[in-house]
Design a protein around this ligand. Structure first.
Ligand SMILES: NC(=O)c1ccc[n+]([C@@H]2O[C@H](COP(=O)([O-])OP(=O)(O)OC[C@H]3O[C@@H](n4cnc5c(N)ncnc54)[C@H](O)[C@@H]3O)[C@@H](O)[C@H]2O)c1
Length: 437
């Protein structure tokens, strides 16, 4: 295992560029502004509120994570983005309907100044949107070069020391890796010939990575889950992470399933259904976009329960996920789970979960943490897939020879141990025999 590098200090401003300025992006930006002006608490953010234990339990040493590792300060974040609709971030936030009027009013001057740049957008990949605020170019390669120019201009205009690009755009149609994604050269050729395997989100990823800018993927799109971009990330020394923010129902799944498995309780089925009425829900009405989301949501249980190791407990699980667009609910989603479990001697039991959550309120702190941790990783010289950030994703990226880790508690331990490793501190194994010697 290689040694952690020296971490560069977070000097200067950090640009945060978000492709997609909808509900999640605007709730995130508004929240950061409210927190840094002392009007709100960053609930849900591990980087802002979490602590990390160092040494033995008897050492009583649990600093805040942000005091332990040098993270960019919220005051140093500068926001921008792209969207196929021209509304500024205030208008987009008002339309998204996540924030209460008193919060919206408090951030109106700040959000109104954030105007999206024209998007690299193609209706083929998000069928139910029809934005006109889009880039023009003969080929996908031309569009990607325009995104690179946008990144360079944004850096110059705001005198930024560093940048992060994090996809908060709509869920694109389902794509699978193919030959055009296999190497950087083939990828460029495919952009130049307008190959259908190259989705708009990939153009942002290519532009960011080849500009030396870390890239994260908050949606279930293929985007950076392809060898071409992963190789470019290694060559350009930039971290990448994805995919699909772990909020609402999957968050619950990855909290509950590890517990059932820990106690060797069996599972016959897990039926999950959702009603939501935001633009994300509208986009997911399209079967192509829904398929992308469904694949991302279905993976978690299989990996956590490991039916090949426990065929008698998890060998025949019926796992169903449904998403229904229901406008009256707006961003305030309702997710129901019916879980059919069995115990001692095979006796059946049921668990019902009804989570009345707020999608963007759960996603915003994830965006903040990913921005700060991707920047930290970059300053520490870490490049390519950042598996330690699996904690934040429904469908975590990992090396091709591994299976992804979905258990929230293992993910958290991995994240904190990575921070300890980066800072040259002892890892915590939870063995604890030394207390009884
Ligand atoms: N909120 C959550 O809990 C959550 C959880 C996991 C994943 N996500 C994903 O995060 C993404 C954002 O969610 P949201 O609720 O903000 O959705 P949203 O519909 O409010 O915002 C998405 C924005 O992306 C824009 N967009 C679409 N294609 C684009 C392109 N090519 N370039 C630039 N912008 C583009 C749309 O115009 C829209 O404004 C979605 O893909 C969603 O599936 C959200």
């Amino acid at each position: 295992m290689h040694k952690p590098g020296k971490i560069r200090a977070p000097k200067g401003k950090l640009g945060v560029l978000l492709p997609g300025m909808g509900a999640v992006s605007t709730t995130f930006m508004a929240g950061v502004e409210l927190v840094r002006s002392g009007k709100a608490t960053p609930v849900g953010s591990l980087t802002q509120m979490g602590t990390i234990r160092l040494g033995k339990r008897t050492d009583n040493q649990s600093p805040l994570i942000r005091d332990f590792v040098a993270l960019a300060k919220l005051d140093d974040l500068v926001f921008g983005g792209w969207d196929p609709f021209p509304e500024n971030a205030y208008a987009a936030a008002a339309k998204a309907g996540v924030l209460e009027p008193h919060h919206l009013k408090a951030v109106k001057p700040f959000l109104s100044k954030i105007r999206p740049m024209t998007a690299a957008f193609d209706r083929e990949y998000v069928k139910l949107l029809d934005g006109k605020h889009v880039k023009k170019g003969k080929t996908k390669y031309d569009l990607a070069l325009q995104i690179k120019a946008d990144i360079a201009n944004f850096r110059k205009k705001h005198n930024l020391a560093r940048l992060i690009v994090l996809w908060c755009g709509s869920t694109e149609i389902y794509l699978t890796p193919e030959k055009v994604h296999s190497t950087p050269e083939r990828f460029v050729e495919a952009m130049k010939s307008n190959h259908p395997g190259i989705a708009p989100s990939m153009l942002y990823a290519w532009a960011a990575v080849t500009s030396g800018v870390p890239f994260g993927n908050g949606a279930p799109n293929l985007t950076v889950d392809i060898p071409a971009i992963q190789q470019l990330a290694l060559e350009n020394g930039v971290p990448i992470a994805g995919k699909d923010f772990k909020t609402g129902q999957t968050l619950m799944k990855t909290i509950l399933a590890p517990g059932l498995k820990a106690r060797m309780l069996g599972l016959n089925g897990w039926f999950s259904t959702n009603i939501l009425g935001n633009r994300d829900g509208e986009v997911l009405e399209d079967p192509g976009s829904f398929k992308t989301k469904e694949e991302s949501k279905l993976g978690a249980l299989e990996y956590i329960l490991q039916p090949h190791l426990y065929p008698k407990l998890y060998g025949t699980i019926h796992h169903k996920v449904r998403i229904n667009y229901y406008p009256p609910r707006g961003d305030n989603k309702e997710g129901w789970d019916n879980i059919d479990i069995f115990g001692w001697l095979g006796y059946p039991m049921q668990i019902k979960v009804d989570f009345l959550c707020r999608d963007s309120i759960l996603a915003a702190p994830i965006v903040l943490d990913l921005v700060l941790f991707l920047d930290l990783a970059h300053r520490a010289g870490m490049r390519g897939i950042q598996e330690w950030l699996s904690f934040y994703f429904k469908s975590p990226m990992c090396a091709p020879e591994l299976y992804p880790e979905h258990d929230l508690f293992i993910q958290l331990m991995k994240l904190k141990n990575t921070l300890r490793w980066m800072m040259g501190k002892d890892l915590i194994t939870h063995l604890g025999q030394e207390y009884y010697d």
